[in-house]
Design a binder for this molecule. Sequence first.
Ligand SMILES: *[C@@H]1O[C@H](CO)[C@@H](O)[C@H](O)[C@H]1NC(C)=O
Ligand SMILES: *[C@@H]1O[C@H](CO)[C@@H](O)[C@H](O)[C@H]1NC(C)=O
Ligand SMILES: *[C@@H]1O[C@H](CO)[C@@H](O)[C@H](O)[C@H]1NC(C)=O
Ligand SMILES: *[C@@H]1O[C@H](CO)[C@@H](O)[C@H](O)[C@H]1NC(C)=O
Length: 277
Amino acid sequence: MALALFPLLISFLFLLPVSSLAQTAGNITVGASLSAVENSSWISPSGDFAFGFHQLEHNKDLFLLAIWYNKIPEKTIVWYANGDKPAPRGSKLHLTSDQGLVLNSPHGEQLWNTSQTINGGVVDSGVMDDSGNFLLIGSNSIVWESFKNPTDTMLPSQKLDKEVALSSRRSETNFAKGRFRMVLKSDGNLVLTTINFPSDYLNEPYFESKTSAGDSDLSSPGSQVVFNESGYLFVLRENNERFRLTPTITGSTKDFYYRVTLDFDGMLVLYSYPKIR
Ligand SMILES: *[C@@H]1O[C@H](CO)[C@@H](O)[C@H](O)[C@H]1NC(C)=O
Ligand SMILES: *[C@@H]1O[C@H](CO)[C@@H](O)[C@H](O)[C@H]1NC(C)=O
Ligand SMILES: *[C@@H]1O[C@H](CO)[C@@H](O)[C@H](O)[C@H]1NC(C)=O
Ligand SMILES: *[C@@H]1O[C@H](CO)[C@@H](O)[C@H](O)[C@H]1NC(C)=O
């Protein structure tokens, strides 16, 4: 019955797909860089995802460092770094061994970096993989990944731990942080809620999964939000039971690209788009 109240829509977008060419094989070594100019990106081996600079619509001299679905003709951004600080034309992204990814403006101002999350580790390479995850690898382990630092979107195979929030953007084309959050709280309850600017204080939720330990003597608390390989979004409980958030879908992830996005109006939406064969 919770499903009836849940503000989640399935939206099928059938636009004419065109193909595009893969330029690199997804593996990027330390020392590599990208400039904030048109068409500057690193592409996953299959060509499905690109990581690079997206030119903002309202100002052609500002760029967003982002990941997008590279074969969907309508630019579909699934992750972004500097939503609150767009990069002026000519800014540079460097892959460094000590700070991982570093984005500098042409005047040398640092706009964004991954150094805090890397936490003293050493980076050997970066990988734009075919699931849409950008990873930094050091000493054969993952030191940073975009899947663990989400913005407004989840992709199939992505999992969110407790207290890791999705944040809506300000508007369709403004990538600054907006008013809505989706977060699995420490008690295991998944909430959709607004925040009070400029603080990050969460208001009363407008949706909750009621999967905290306290909601029933019998229930096991939520431990992760999972968007699985088949395109199903659910709260995984500690006892491995699932609280499903999305309805049954008919298309396979072999034939469709899926994403779940917390839209700028606060709606959590499952989108699909047919792949080109
Ligand atoms: C990326 O390339 C480097 C150098 O060619 C190699 O040592 C490393 O193993 C590769 N990493 C991955 C994840 O393929
Ligand atoms: C960027 O790519 C698009 C599509 O391939 C092309 O039409 C455009 O001319 C390119 N722009 C630049 C500056 O290379
Ligand atoms: C990296 O970014 C953080 C903010 O996320 C900032 O506090 C820090 O100064 C930056 N690091 C460097 C070396 O500029
Ligand atoms: C994803 O979850 C759905 C619903 O629980 C399940 O039917 C499906 O088998 C799962 N897919 C994978 C790849 O685990």
